[in-house]
Design a protein around this ligand. Structure first.
Ligand code: NAD
Length: 263
């Protein structure tokens, strides 16, 4: 068990990637504080974890609200006494390009994706520093590294990557490691509205992926487990790309530029 006797807060773990992280953490021995803005989702994850023999607590909270984040910390401390691992995973992507996105959508992207990392880290870092150990894993995106659209979301994810590096540098000597993961397309409910418009979306996108498929939540959960565990005890400040090869380049582009791989 790689997370035996650890306590982990996983935000947005009522669905998708966060739920898969909560499941693998609980299976590896962690007590998991399942945070989600939607209560039914958080409770469903907790039922799944406890039915499988794990330890979990549901906390309904908006991670973009300082007051809600204080409530997450006080409930986690009341039940488990400390928090060793924080996974900043809650997220959403609103609007498209800067000519069409509303100011309110822009602010919401920045608040839920980026401000939440500041709020949750600010609340949990002091305990980690005091104990001289802790691990923070931020779920960023390939969108934070390249120009792939959804500008507000992508800018917030880029901010998350930089915040990861700054926090890693500042708190490394206190025993706190801070890393992030940059996933490519992962098959989760976040795509529900797109799938209603285009049921073949994932099959279409798979063609861009050198490994021939989009990702599954477990692909990210296994990376998060690695970064949160002692297996990664000398890794901090990294932005681990878990994207089926997407950012390695485009076979289609390579073929057109150089004739590489032509029939
Ligand atoms: N699915 C992908 O292709 C993909 C790719 C790259 C990065 N990501 C990132 O992974 C993370 C998880 O995405 P997912 O695909 O699992 O999405 P999802 O919609 O399946 O799950 C996100 C969860 O976060 C919760 N949430 C949203 N805003 C919240 C808030 N303010 N406070 C608390 N909870 C909140 C939602 O209720 C939901 O349960 C996000 O940060 C997302 O940006 C996803």
């Amino acid at each position: 068990m790689r997370l035996k006797e650890r306590v982990a807060v996983v935000t947005g773990s009522g669905s998708g990637i966060g739920r898969a992280i909560a499941q693998i953490f609980a299976a590896e021995g962690a007590a998991v504080v399942v945070v989600d803005r939607v209560g039914d989702r958080a409770r469903e994850t907790v039922s799944q974890l406890t039915e499988a023999g794990g330890k979990a607590l549901a906390v309904v909270a908006d991670v973009a609200s300082a007051r809600d984040v204080e409530a997450i910390v006080s409930q986690a401390l009341q039940v488990y006494g400390r928090v060793d691992i924080l996974v900043n995973n809650a997220g959403l992507a609103l609007g498209d390009d800067i000519l069409s996105i509303t100011e309110e959508e822009w602010d919401t992207n920045l608040a839920v994706v980026l401000k939440s990392v500041y709020l949750c880290s600010r609340a949990l870092l002091p305990g980690m520093i005091e104990r001289g150990q802790g691990a923070i894993v931020n779920i960023a995106s390939v969108n934070g590294l390249n120009g792939l659209g959804e500008e507000a979301y992508s800018a917030a994810k880029a901010g998350m990557i930089n915040l990861t590096k700054n926090m890693a540098v500042k708190y490394g000597s206190s025993g706190v490691r801070v890393n992030c993961i940059c996933p490519g397309t992962i098959r989760t409910p976040i795509f529900q509205p797109d799938l209603e418009r285009d049921p073949q979306l994932f099959e279409r996108l798979a063609k861009w992926y050198p490994l021939g498929r989009v990702g599954e939540p477990e692909d990210i959960a296994r990376a998060a487990l690695f970064l949160a565990s002692d297996d990664a005890s000398w890794i901090t400040g990294t932005a681990m790309v878990v994207d089926g090869g997407l950012l390695a380049g485009s076979y289609r582009m390579a073929r057109e530029l150089t004739g590489f791989g032509e029939d």
